[in-house]
Design a protein around this ligand. Structure first.
Ligand code: CP3
Length: 367
């Protein structure tokens, strides 16, 4: 049976918002836009509240996490908030020794490499997710009809950090493990899928209106490896929330995103999310063609798209950036729904006034 979410008060409903309308393939009242990493170092108000507080510590203080989530919505008038957290927060909540090192990224106390390492991984409990529930409740109370997007890291991307013990360029560790020790890989990716699924479900049950699965590093996989070793686990993570329905009785929109995914986009779509995020390497028209040309198991062809302004152009002269943004909005018209975003996260050095101006431009273009 479908599981209705808590936010059913129509006054608070986000169901008619431009974001949710576009995610469902409808025509929104204005062209929706938000930015991956819209909360963060590009904002002086973020740097101020984060002073002297570690990244993961700030994610686990509900008032602070909520305040940081709201900052870019107030400043840029974006059409969604994305919950301020990180893909490794559920690992920390489960009891895994992990930290985020500034300028580096997630680092583990000990890498997870053997069957024994995987068997010893602690389970993420419902009680440990209470700071997440509270931060989301505080945030949606402030947001009103602006939707909050919850998220989780996909099993491959999270497992890549776990096997390497930290960031890596080519993700050799997890890619070797898939072939050399497929049973251990399967157990690790299953753990990561269930952990991600519970983390995402906590955010949606507490009031988030949509969810995004970040498989940021999936682009380092061949199509064959993606299909065999990764897609079933991403599908398992998404299945944790596929029974959830919003205030309008329709299933909660889920977005699936990675970088360098041009060759695996249809296989990612087949993991089950309704909306595909596209990085800056693939024009939206081509993404649409590739998805439409390969209908999923349910016969679905074309899907709503999210993307894909090249973050590099945020630092280009305005005339260059403006032409690019107009082209992205124009090319998105082929899809059944389009939510504008960047092709990856906001670079930390971005001038926030440029982002505000990009939002104004997008809102001035007919949906
Ligand atoms: O605004 C948002 O998008 C929401 C918050 C968010 C963060 N991380 C906050 C964060 C989200 C959705 C993430 C997801 C995340 N974390 C991903 C997937 C998205 C992507 O960018 O591909 C990945 C791969 C991570 C792992 C991670 N966490 C990295 C690589 C880094 C950067 C390390 C650095 O300092 O350069 C982090 C840290 C992190 N997560 C920061 C933020 C705002 C920067 C830390 C800081 O401001 O001190």
């Amino acid at each position: 049976a479908d599981h209705p979410l808590a936010t059913t008060d129509p006054a608070w409903s986000t169901a008619a918002s431009p974001l949710i309308t576009a995610y469902r393939g409808g025509i929104p009242s204005r062209t929706p836009v938000w930015f991956m990493r819209q909360a963060g170092r590009s904002l002086p108000e973020y740097r101020r509240v984060r002073e002297g507080i570690g990244m993961l510590e700030s994610c686990l203080k509900p008032e602070l996490a909520s305040e940081i989530t709201l900052q870019p919505v107030r400043r840029h008038d974006v059409d969604a908030a994305i919950f301020f957290s990180d893909i490794v927060v559920p690992l920390r909540l489960a009891g895994v020794d992990v930290d985020i090192v500034p300028g580096t990224g997630p680092v583990l106390g000990t890498a997870v490499r053997t069957a024994e390492d995987v068997a010893a991984l602690p389970e993420l409990s419902d009680e440990s997710l209470e700071p997440i529930h509270e931060a989301v409740r505080l945030t949606v109370a402030e947001l009103g009809s602006t939707p909050l997007i919850g998220f989780a890291g996909a099993p491959f991307t999270v497992a890549a950090y776990m096997v390497e013990g930290g960031p890596s360029r080519d993700h050799l560790g997890p890619r070797t493990m898939m072939h050399a020790d497929p049973e251990t890989w399967d157990a690790l990716a299953t753990w990561a899928a269930d952990t991600a699924g519970r983390f995402l479900r906590a955010q949606l049950e507490a009031g988030a209106s949509a969810g995004q699965l970040f498989d940021s590093w999936a682009g380092s996989l061949s199509l064959a490896d993606y299909e065999r070793f990764v897609q079933p686990h991403s599908a398992r993570a998404l299945a944790h929330v596929s029974d959830l329905v919003g205030a309008d009785g329709q299933s909660v929109p889920l977005v699936h995103f990675g970088t360098g995914t041009s060759e695996i986009l249809p296989a990612m779509r087949d993991a089950g999310a309704a909306v595909m995020g596209v990085d800056y390497r693939l024009p939206l028209g081509e993404a649409h063609r590739r998805l439409g040309a390969s209908p999923g198991p349910d016969g679905r062809g074309a899907v709503p798209l999210q993307g894909n302004i090249d973050p590099a152009l945020l630092d280009a002269p305005w005339a260059v950036l403006e032409a690019h943004v107009r082209e992205v909005v124009e090319s998105g018209r082929v899809a059944p729904g389009h939510v504008v975003n960047l092709g990856h996260g906001v670079p930390p050095g971005t001038d926030p006034e440029v982002l505000t101006r990009v939002v104004e431009l997008i809102h001035s273009l007919r949906p």
